[in-house]
Design a protein around this ligand. Structure first.
Ligand code: FE
Ligand code: FE
Length: 191
């Protein structure tokens, strides 16, 4: 299947504000670069990167309703902080609205926020690209992390999930348990 990247970009641009759309393009291109480096399907990486936040503009009530309507199971942390659902809902929106049927792409969208143990190559690529794309400037050591991302992807996933956990521990936001499982898995894998 070939995808009309320009058409997807235009649909997303109509939904996202400038800042989010810039992030979207950054994740598209960074996913493509990582796919080149690690031998993943470049077009799938671009589509997954483009669509990873396709549900992020939805309001909390909408995200919850979307899950209720489809009888999707949600965790207590997701109930309290519905933005945690934007990956899961994004995978459904990618299928229903953007016509993506490829399970690999849909899983990369679904798991991009928390990661999960034993991710596919495409899942690791989008998870990492979301964190290191050129528009990001928050995390400390981003330059080092960007370099590592192109040297050892499992190490990058380990560091990103660790930093996400450390960050969440300092905020009143609940930690989705799977973030911790992701870190523990990749700590073992990398070491
Ligand atoms: Fe996201
Ligand atoms: Fe994102």
């Amino acid at each position: 299947m070939t995808y009309d990247i320009l058409a997807l970009q235009e649909m997303l641009k109509a939904k996202q504000n400038g800042r989010r759309f810039t992030h979207t393009l950054g994740v598209q291109y960074t996913s493509a670069c990582l796919a080149m480096k690690y031998g993943a399907d470049i077009q799938k990486a671009e589509v997954a990167g483009l669509l990873h936040d396709c549900a992020k503009h939805k309001k909390p009530e909408k995200l919850l309703k979307y899950c209720q309507d489809r009888q999707l199971e949600i965790t207590p942390a997701q109930q309290r902080q519905p933005f945690l659902l934007h990956g899961l809902v994004g995978a459904y929106v990618a299928r229903e609205k953007y016509g993506v049927e490829d399970e690999e792409i849909l899983n990369a969208i679904k798991w991009h926020t928390t990661g999960r143990p034993a991710m596919s190559l495409l899942e690791k690529i989008v998870f990492t690209a979301d964190y290191i794309e050129p528009g990001r400037n928050q995390a400390p050591n981003l330059n080092e992390l960007r370099r590592i991302s192109f040297e050892n992807l499992d190490q990058a996933v380990c560091l990103i999930s660790k930093q996400t956990l450390d960050y969440l521990e300092k905020t009143p936001v609940d930690i989705d348990e799977i973030t911790r499982l992701t870190y523990e898995y990749y700590k073992e894998t990398f070491n």
